[in-house]
Write a protein that binds this ligand. Sequence first.
Ligand SMILES: *[C@@H]1O[C@H](CO)[C@@H](O)[C@H](O)[C@H]1NC(C)=O
Ligand SMILES: *[C@@H]1O[C@H](CO)[C@@H](O)[C@H](O)[C@H]1NC(C)=O
Ligand SMILES: *[C@@H]1O[C@H](CO)[C@@H](O)[C@H](O)[C@H]1NC(C)=O
Ligand SMILES: *[C@@H]1O[C@H](CO)[C@@H](O)[C@H](O)[C@H]1NC(C)=O
Ligand SMILES: *[C@@H]1O[C@H](CO)[C@@H](O)[C@H](O)[C@H]1NC(C)=O
Ligand SMILES: *[C@@H]1O[C@H](CO)[C@@H](O)[C@H](O)[C@H]1NC(C)=O
Ligand SMILES: *[C@@H]1O[C@H](CO)[C@@H](O)[C@H](O)[C@H]1NC(C)=O
Ligand SMILES: *[C@@H]1O[C@H](CO)[C@@H](O)[C@H](O)[C@H]1NC(C)=O
Ligand SMILES: *[C@@H]1O[C@H](CO)[C@@H](O)[C@H](O)[C@H]1NC(C)=O
Ligand SMILES: *[C@@H]1O[C@H](CO)[C@@H](O)[C@H](O)[C@H]1NC(C)=O
Ligand SMILES: *[C@@H]1O[C@H](CO)[C@@H](O)[C@H](O)[C@H]1NC(C)=O
Length: 823
Amino acid sequence: MLVTKHVCFSFLASFTISLRTVDSITVVIKQRPSVSPSCQIRVKNVRRPELKINPGENVTFTFTCSTPEKYFIMEIQKNIDCVLGPCPFGDVQLYPPGLPRLNRTFIWDVKASTKAGLELKFSTPWLRQIEPGGTCPDFVSYNINSCIDTARVNIGTFCRNGSVSRVKLLGGVVMSLHLPWDSPLTTSGFSIANRASIKRLCIIESILNGESSVTLMSPNYPLGFPEDELMTWQFVVPSNMRASVFFHNYSLSNCERKEERVEYYIPGSLSNPEVFKLSDSQPANIAGSFNLSLQGCDQDAQNPGILRLLFQVVVQHPQVDENVTHLVDLSKEYNMTVTIHFKGWPGRIPLMSEPICLICKDPRTCDRVLTLVSGTVYKISFLCKDLSHLRITAEKGISCVDLRWCQRNIYSLSVPKAVTQLPIQLHKFIWKLLAPDLINTEITSPSLKLQQCVPEQRCNTSYRYSIVSATPETELKVGTFCPGGSIEKIQMRNNITISLETFGKGFLNESNRQDLKMSFVPHIKDECTFTVRPDPKAKVYLQTPNWLYGLPPYVSISWYIIVPSKQVARLGFSKDRMGITCETGRAYVNIKEETLRAEETVRREDELLPEPRNMYHNFWVNISNCKPVDKMQLDLQFWVTFADKQIDLGVILAVVAGAGVLTAIGLTVCCVKKKKKKSQNPMVGVYNADVNTQVPEKQGLFTKGRKNNESHVYAVIDDAMVYGHLLKESNGSVTPEVDVYRPFDGPIGSLPPSPPPFSFKKDIKRSPSTEEPSPLTDTDHDAYMFAHQKSGPLEDNGDANEENNGDTSTSLLENKEQEGLVE
Ligand SMILES: *[C@@H]1O[C@H](CO)[C@@H](O)[C@H](O)[C@H]1NC(C)=O
Ligand SMILES: *[C@@H]1O[C@H](CO)[C@@H](O)[C@H](O)[C@H]1NC(C)=O
Ligand SMILES: *[C@@H]1O[C@H](CO)[C@@H](O)[C@H](O)[C@H]1NC(C)=O
Ligand SMILES: *[C@@H]1O[C@H](CO)[C@@H](O)[C@H](O)[C@H]1NC(C)=O
Ligand SMILES: *[C@@H]1O[C@H](CO)[C@@H](O)[C@H](O)[C@H]1NC(C)=O
Ligand SMILES: *[C@@H]1O[C@H](CO)[C@@H](O)[C@H](O)[C@H]1NC(C)=O
Ligand SMILES: *[C@@H]1O[C@H](CO)[C@@H](O)[C@H](O)[C@H]1NC(C)=O
Ligand SMILES: *[C@@H]1O[C@H](CO)[C@@H](O)[C@H](O)[C@H]1NC(C)=O
Ligand SMILES: *[C@@H]1O[C@H](CO)[C@@H](O)[C@H](O)[C@H]1NC(C)=O
Ligand SMILES: *[C@@H]1O[C@H](CO)[C@@H](O)[C@H](O)[C@H]1NC(C)=O
Ligand SMILES: *[C@@H]1O[C@H](CO)[C@@H](O)[C@H](O)[C@H]1NC(C)=O
């Protein structure tokens, strides 16, 4: 026999359950579904998976394992018939005692006449309704079902510890209590009494003594409330407290006759019952106890729909400020909304335990969220102990349809006084700048100027702007900026969203100084263009938009950096490579001083970025992306500092040790002139256009014909250019590359572009090969030349950033000699 193998049986506890017939209790012990049957019940040496003990039976049994709670559950059902005999009312017992410790469900099936009312009264700490399927912290839950004839209505599922103190029902009830196997609970926690008919499906009483809130649901939620039914919630609230009702979730059925509605009996109201639609804003600030009834309708049999309601009642002390009204005058504002809301809105539903703050349009119309629209004057008040729980989010739209009407307008992007004067912290003010494709936007901050928030220069201001440019398909995070920096102007394409976010209370003080302005401008060439006028004493960091996500493919960004006339700027990149490999197109960094025939430094993604270098005039830093191979991102950061020009000259002079100042300059000029003859063929740099990018490696020049819609292409026109195409074709290894992105797709004037007054150069000495680009080494990474050609003849006058190398230093004086070569 199997039993003999299991010696351990003798150590397992045995249970005896004896049920009296009069109690009408049935106990069922069964295996939990979907658990391997490795434990069984043994009754008189017979093993079975399930045991049912009927009224009047007496059974002794053991389990074949020591942890039956893992495998078995138990149902204890008691039938109470109040139709035939007397109702055993009073406290309901957890009977019989001595049950094995298993998860168990006590079920009380009370049959009663539909003419009588039954009352379930719960002992403290009362009950809290949860959505069906939810779990309670202690896994103890009650389920109340109303049975009228054969129809069952789920009145609700509840946890212990809430405000629901009584439930009155009509007719029969099936009440169940689920207890986990280790629950210490020994009493059912409720009593049954009979009452006069309540003339409705049910009445649920909730007692709210202190500041609190309760969430309740209509029967059968989230399914439909029974057709044409009526039910009531009674709220017992001390008369010195204020209650407010919020409907969070509801849906309506399709009524054929009558209307679904809620009715309130509100103390002191002259119009009781007050009738509301479910879609109305529900009453707030009710003093004392009230009741709320939900009335269904006769539904359309074909398409009944669902009437359901999930709502919350919040009870607070009267607020000191309840009679203080704030005037919010938005009559002069245009296309703006101001929303006052709780912290975390709209993503978060506040916890029950959190203090509730209400915003009222009038004493009884209050809500947790109130939206004010421009063109109106409001008088609002707050029911809130601590206004720091509230926030304001505002949005203003500015649109331009036709540039002729908007171009001259300058819009101020500042938070209006009506908003800053409220005692509520501004969370966000969002400006949506909308324009069709060929109209772009420009924002300026003339007095404060903007600083880009980067880790090296944190924004410590009380507010900052985050700027996003978006088309219906893509989004470019231009960056986060705070006031007090060096960015004077940002021009951007696409629809722009500027969000002012505040940090701390300081914004109220700083708000007076906002100076962000905005205007619509004709189409710009790049995705974004920044105009930067750094403070000569500061180190300015700038970085590409979409930081951390990478500049989108084919997008080009430019910075125009203004260098004060007596200063020399030093420009450096925070890393030495772009760190990407292109799948299509090429990525470039182009640097050029804004002076006649200045040379341009060009770096492709497969080359090292320029070393820190000096810039003597205003200059451009342009970055354009290719389509990088998967998962690679172009994120570049550079910095600019300033020094007095004197110091820089000193460095140059120091190189030519032992000579007098004038001699030194003469020497420099001389050396440069010699060198120029050696490297006669300037190189071509390409800035994000469909130009053969191999050309620089060939030391050849080529021409860039005026192709359709390309305005952002520049190349060097030189006597060598005529042969440029031959050069390309003669070498099979060179494949022209075509960039897909065209930075400028706007209309083009009828004039062909004039030859650019500058050239790109590459130092021949350092890249002697005319073959495929060789991997750059430390010695040749600076091979592209960088020259100042303010007005002199085209000369290879050396590299300005190599201060300690006499023969390539750029003299400021020699630039004057270089004039008019291109013409
Ligand atoms: C059940 O059985 C036990 C012993 O087996 C006995 O003591 C008890 O009186 C019985 N109870 C009933 C109701 O038969
Ligand atoms: C018993 O109840 C607990 C808590 O609800 C649950 O985690 C466990 O799985 C249940 N055990 C069985 C056998 O159903
Ligand atoms: C009852 O709920 C309150 C707050 O909702 C909580 O502070 C308290 O600890 C709970 N009591 C029990 C016994 O769970
Ligand atoms: C409201 O109902 C929807 C749909 O049933 C549900 O997804 C949502 O979670 C409900 N909200 C609340 C607060 O219960
Ligand atoms: C609702 O409240 C009113 C006034 O207090 C009372 O007359 C009425 O009986 C109540 N109704 C229910 C169903 O509680
Ligand atoms: C607000 O005004 C009402 C009506 O005038 C008054 O009953 C109430 O006491 C006032 N509340 C406070 C906090 O002053
Ligand atoms: C008003 O602003 C919204 C965005 O906030 C925008 O969609 C709408 O076009 C704007 N209307 C006008 C007339 O500017
Ligand atoms: C913010 O930082 C700047 C320098 O980085 C400093 O001059 C200024 O006082 C700081 N402001 C605040 C409010 O801390
Ligand atoms: C900007 O938004 C407007 C209105 O939503 C839309 O018509 C237009 O195409 C958008 N412009 C761009 C560049 O996405
Ligand atoms: C605002 O400025 C005033 C005076 O300029 C100062 O007394 C107050 O502390 C400031 N408040 C904050 C929150 O910075
Ligand atoms: C950089 O971009 C600006 C604006 O598109 C353009 O005017 C300038 O010539 C470009 N400079 C370089 C060096 O590419």
